[in-house]
Design a protein around this ligand. Structure first.
Ligand code: PA5
Length: 452
């Protein structure tokens, strides 16, 4: 049995909006949803593979992933991860949180259709020895498919067709899809995305593990952290399960008119954690005209911009703070004999201590201003604690979606823009809608314009 997950949830700052008794009163709903999750009888039950991280990342596959990562590190100085949404955000979250600053051996493509970004990336890669990890479960997503064409062509031009084959690794559906077809035809090394794991729950599959291993981060420790959290959050009892408490609180506050959740943190390295979290909760819960709007703020930076709104704006928000309790480098504030800035009262203290006091002061001020909050504390930023945190959010999201009454494992709404885009580009199969969509765009675009 793994150690207890190194993570704790403090919900003292929810009062008076939410009381511990109110949270406890949701136990019957939680019990029901828990059974639906673990017995796989609820909505989207075919996509619950992520519940057991060790089952979706067996030891022999992890060994093959780390061996491939080691081979690629020998042959390339940079890996380009091609993917979008759940097929890229998990890897980026971990690499940006734990990688050496300024030395990111992983670049990203296929998460945007920006010609500017793409042109710049192609220019940078001209000068680099690079390999490609193309990640797409369906294998047909437009953004990564375009990026793969471009980068594969560049790689072939630089190293030749044979060598390029060795430098491309595909992570995709084990059986079907366009990318699997490419693997069969070209003989690329490949890793499977299990059929029972959706993109945004896939960080502990090869989707996350290969790029993270390439970045030199301990993937086994991450997986251990996830497993520890899975065990620590296995109980249906609210008093023993912080992930379920978090899920209940979100639903309680939502019903009380707090319709926006702010993920707030004081470490810029967590920027992509927030992006991953927004996708996880936004795609999982934003349906049937319901769902909290997940947003994020980076403090103290955003205290000087969004801080005003949070302190005194519309009272429709609550905050979830991510607190990294220790492990920060020691940077001491020097004494200045002239003390012109009046800062000698903190001379000798570390920047991290000031950051901590800022955190405490912020949480208190926001609570006093009518913003309830929770603290999710990690002992330090490490592969193990981050593995635990990611699993914590996945587990809580499954529970939260079921408590809300939606299927947290599908995303039917994301098809709408694609249908219009394909119709506008005359994609085969969309000819019938082409004229209608083009006319609708024509009808609205530029009708009411102000110029100077
Ligand atoms: O969470 C999801 O399912 C989505 O964000 C997908 O990961 C994303 O759309 C990419 O899909 P695919 O892996 O099929 O290219």
């Amino acid at each position: 049995m793994a150690d207890q997950a190194p993570l704790s949830l403090d919900y003292s700052y929810l009062l008076p909006e939410v009381t511990p008794e109110e949270i406890a009163s949701w136990q019957p709903h939680v019990q029901l949803a828990h059974e639906q999750l673990v017995k796989r009888t609820g909505q989207g039950a075919d996509f619950l593979g992520w519940l057991e991280p060790a089952a979706i990342m067996p030891a022999e596959q992890l060994a093959a992933i780390t061996a491939t990562a080691a081979r690629l590190r020998e042959e390339a100085e940079v890996m380009v991860v091609i993917g979008i949404g759940g097929s890229y955000l998990g890897a980026r979250t971990v690499i940006e949180a734990l990688g050496a600053p300024g030395e990111m051996p992983v670049l990203y493509a296929g998460h945007t259709l920006s010609a500017d970004y793409t042109a710049h990336l192609l220019q940078v890669l001209e000068q680099k020895r690079f390999c490609i990890n193309v990640v797409s479960k369906s294998g047909t997503t437009t953004e990564p498919a375009i990026a793969f064409r471009l980068l594969r062509d560049l790689l072939i031009r630089k190293v030749g067709k044979e060598k390029a084959r060795e430098l491309i690794v595909a992570t995709t559906d084990p059986e079907k899809g366009a990318l699997r077809g490419g693997v069969k035809k070209e003989g690329y090394t490949s890793f499977p995305i299990p059929a029972n794991v959706g993109g945004r729950y896939s960080v502990f599959t090869a989707v996350g593990m290969l790029p993270i291993a390439f970045a030199g981060i301990d993937v086994q420790a991450m997986l251990d952290g996830a497993t520890a959290c899975a065990e620590g959050c296995a109980s249906p009892e609210l008093k023993a399960n912080p992930a379920y408490v978090y899920a209940v609180v979100r639903n309680l506050l939502y019903r009380k008119g707090k319709t926006i959740e702010l993920l707030a943190f004081f470490e810029p390295r967590l920027h992509y954690l927030a992006e991953w979290w927004k996708q996880l909760y936004g795609e999982s819960e934003g349906k049937s005209l319901m769902g909290l709007f997940p947003a994020s703020v980076e403090f103290t930076t955003d205290l000087h911009s969004m801080g005003q709104w949070i302190q005194q704006g519309q009272r429709t928000i609550f905050e979830t703070f991510i607190d990294i309790a220790g492990g920060m480098p020691s940077v001491t504030i020097p004494t200045d004999p002239e003390n012109a800035d009046g800062l000698n009262f903190i001379a000798g203290k570390s920047v991290d201590e000031v950051n901590r006091r800022a955190f405490e002061g912020t949480a208190l001020a926001h609570r006093d201003g009518g913003v309830p909050s929770m603290n999710l504390t990690l002992p330090e930023l490490s592969p193990k604690s981050l593995g635990s945190l990611l699993y914590f959010f996945e587990r809580a999201c499954g529970m939260s979606g079921y408590l809300l009454g939606v299927n947290p494992f599908n995303q039917p709404g994301v098809e709408s823009y694609k249908k219009n885009m394909f119709a506008l580009m005359n994609k085969p199969g969309f000819e019938a809608q082409a004229a209608e969509v083009a006319a609708a765009v024509q009808d609205r675009q530029g009708k009411h314009t102000v110029m100077f």
